[in-house]
Ligand binder design. Sequence first.
Ligand code: ZN
Length: 305
Amino acid sequence: MFIRRLLVTALNGPRLGCSHVSKRPLALTPRANSDMTKFLEVVSKAKHIAVITGAGMSAESGVPTFRAEGGQWKKWPYQDIATPEAFSRNPSRVWEFYHHRRHLVLTQKPNAAHLALAEFEARLRKQGRSMVIITQNIDDLHVQAGSKHVLNIHGNVMETRCVSCGDVAVNHHHPICASLEGKGSPDPDIPEAQIPVDQLPRCEESNCNGLLRPNVVFFGETLDSHLLTKVEKELDTCDLCLVVGTSSIVYPAAMFGPQVASRGVPVAEFNMTTTPKTEYFTYHFQGPCGSTVPLALARHESEVV
Ligand SMILES: [Zn+2]
């Protein structure tokens, strides 16, 4: 219900990267606690766990965020290289930038938090319990770690989408096309490649040959409505929620945790610092996710499998 409103908002109003203020009153907890022993008990009893992950997860694997990079690639702020307008104006520049992002993703490995989440999901499955990861990250480090149930709400940089036929395909080739070989340096002193559009990645579906774009949600674009419907269902049915490595400032994802908390369901935040949403949550564990998450998901003495 709540997310249905966010969905409408996402379709009609605020776009990725914009802020949104909910009118629904949300209950605040007096103070999030950090009692790990108590939290382990809560985890051991949960039947379906929703895990929301953000840039902090990837940053610990060495994939910098837009913000951590100073928001620039070469001299361009991300608003000029990760928008639909930028792609139609200069697809070569946008592809060079995403070639660089793909390079970063391909050279990094899942960290201890990614691995702990994947192992936890496998353990839950054996016990007849379940978990879903709802991630804002566009890398595929959760899947690389072995997680099975992952919803990439902002898309996946290792996928392409054809602007003509809409075909979506996983593509790990690097470079993704010959003309991007050695290109994509963030150094502003290195000239841009200015690749002709017919030499950029093209659709391989029969008789299509349309221009491919990264299958990510550009700034200013709406989120996929089918995916948001799935997210809504997960948030409405989980009985525990973990919010991991997200600054909780990018909407609509920033409201996912508070929405779950508003049903009286425990929510635990794992982050380097408190966030604007910490006050809504039952638990807050401060520090690198690679340290706190494995501790929080350790096998509890009551688990028999
Ligand atoms: Zn196509």
